[in-house]
Design a protein around this ligand. Structure first.
Ligand code: SF4
Length: 439
């Protein structure tokens, strides 16, 4: 039995790509291992959104040289977003000579042939610039998957992004937007519910742009309505939404479809119009606030989360305070906060007025403090409430699941509840998670 060690870095798109990679390897007779020494194939599915994960890849894989010396037939591979960038690919080839196999985000389906060639001693490098699939098609369609969970599942609806935010590497590593045909998505969700899955999370860098490349009257809102009709499906989630493409039909679908959970992840990134313009986000602070009001009116009590970047080139103290005041105005349930990391090849990395590291650090702590305080206040309001929870797994002597607003809850209960919807009364609340008892 051959074994593989698969390390996944980055976003949910990468996590789901790793589920496909694991499915392909299982179909080739491989078993997963967490022990590097046991592996016949080591593969890193990489991320390029920030410098740190990239640096880690070089550090980790450089250390595998010894493993390779001890086991020459070992195959070491790199895939994901790093090799999709030409400079990074050259750097990998130069700095990591013991890497045998390199492929990208557009040709995962080629893994069986590429791995066989690497096992025969060839150094295999195959990175496609673009997905070579017709409209609505994608090479991942129909490929086997080993899913991480058996209650909830990721389902890709659109790949790539053409928004070209000035700090973002994704359009260069994942290519232009291409949507999957609705019938392919519906079939996948149908098969999942028949297999007992209760919840799906629809994935895309920008799901709101779904259908734009398919011509017909297909939008993300119409897709949600189609999937909503699938019997046995209990919950629908989706991520990520770009504010500029948040249409009325999507907001109406969220308000009218009971299976669509009351949680929206809507990255704003900054509070200053000057910085939003330099980021090429395509909306203003005022537009974003209006959109938030519209969504909250349509879906009362909705949980709103976001992404925020501090230290974008040229960000002044006044700009940063506009981010803080936007956070105070909107009062997000929670936020992913990032320090700006210049990505080679993006316009923002070439901007002259980079913010000093110590200023970035000082600002990120102020932002985190403010957001944690607000998140904590939101969580406290849930004390005593009885909330519907989809039970996902066992955890530290009890069970864990998520509310419709995507909050994690720990409580005592019998494992037969896993995969079921139940009601939990909240007895304890911290900034990031809840405790409760079965109601
Ligand atoms: S919307 Fe902007 S930040 Fe998001 S993936 Fe696309 S280019 Fe990147």
């Amino acid at each position: 039995m051959k074994r593989y060690y698969l390390k996944t870095m980055g976003c949910q798109m990468n996590e789901h790509d790793s589920e496909v990679i694991a499915g392909i390897l299982a179909s080739l007779g491989y078993e997963p291992t967490e022990e590097l020494e046991e592996a016949d194939f080591i593969l890193y599915n990489t991320c390029s959104v920030r410098e740190n994960p990239e640096r880690k890849v070089y550090g980790h894989i450089a250390a595998f040289r010894k493993l390779k010396e001890a086991k020459p037939e070992l195959v070491i591979g790199i895939c994901g977003c790093m090799p999709q960038q030409k400079d990074e690919l050259e750097s990998i080839l130069e700095k990591l000579p013991h890497v045998d196999l390199i492929f990208g985000t557009h040709n995962i389906h080629r893994l069986p042939e590429l791995l066989e060639r690497a096992q025969s001693g060839e150094r295999v490098v195959e990175v496609w610039d673009e997905a070579q699939a017709g409209p609505g098609e994608d090479h991942r369609d129909g490929l086997p998957k080993v899913r991480k969970h058996n209650v909830k599942a990721f389902v890709n609806v659109i790949y790539g992004c053409t928004n070209f935010c000035s700090y973002c590497i994704v359009p260069y590593t994942r290519g232009k937007e291409h949507s999957r045909l609705p019938e392919m998505v519906r079939q996948e969700v149908q098969e999942l519910t028949e297999a007992g899955f209760k919840e799906v999370t629809l994935l895309g860098q920008n799901v709101n742009a779904y259908g734009k490349d398919l011509g017909a009257e297909i939008t993300f809102g119409t897709l949600l309505r189609e999937l909503h009709e699938i019997p046995g499906l209990e919950r629908i989630r989706f991520t990520t939404s770009h504010p500029r493409d948040m249409g009325e039909d999507l907001i109406r679908a969220m308000a009218e479809l009971p299976k669509v959970c009351e949680h929206l992840h809507l990255p704003v990134q900054a509070g200053s119009n000057r910085i939003l313009r330099r980021m090429n986000r395509g909306y203003t602070r005022e537009y974003y606030l209006q959109l938030v009001n519209k969504v909250r009116e349509a879906v009362p009590g909705i949980s709103l989360t976001t992404d925020l970047i501090v230290g974008f080139p040229g960000e002044t103290e006044a700009d940063f305070e506009e981010t803080l005041s936007l956070v105070e105005d909107v009062r997000f349930d929670s936020a992913f906060t990032f320090i700006f990391s210049p990505r080679k090849g993006t316009p923002a990395a070439r901007m002259s007025d980079q913010v000093p590291e110590e200023v970035k650090k000082e600002r990120i702590y102020r932002l985190i403090d403010l957001q944690n305080q607000i998140s904590g206040e939101h969580m406290q309001k849930l004390l005593g409430q009885e909330l519907e929870v989809l039970v996902e797994d066992v955890s530290s002597g009890g069970l864990v699941g998520r509310t419709r607003s995507n909050r994690q809850v720990h409580f005592a209960g019998d494992t037969c509840l896993i995969g079921q919807l139940t009601v939990v009364r909240i007895t304890e609340a911290s900034t990031f998670s809840l405790k409760g008892e079965l109601a």
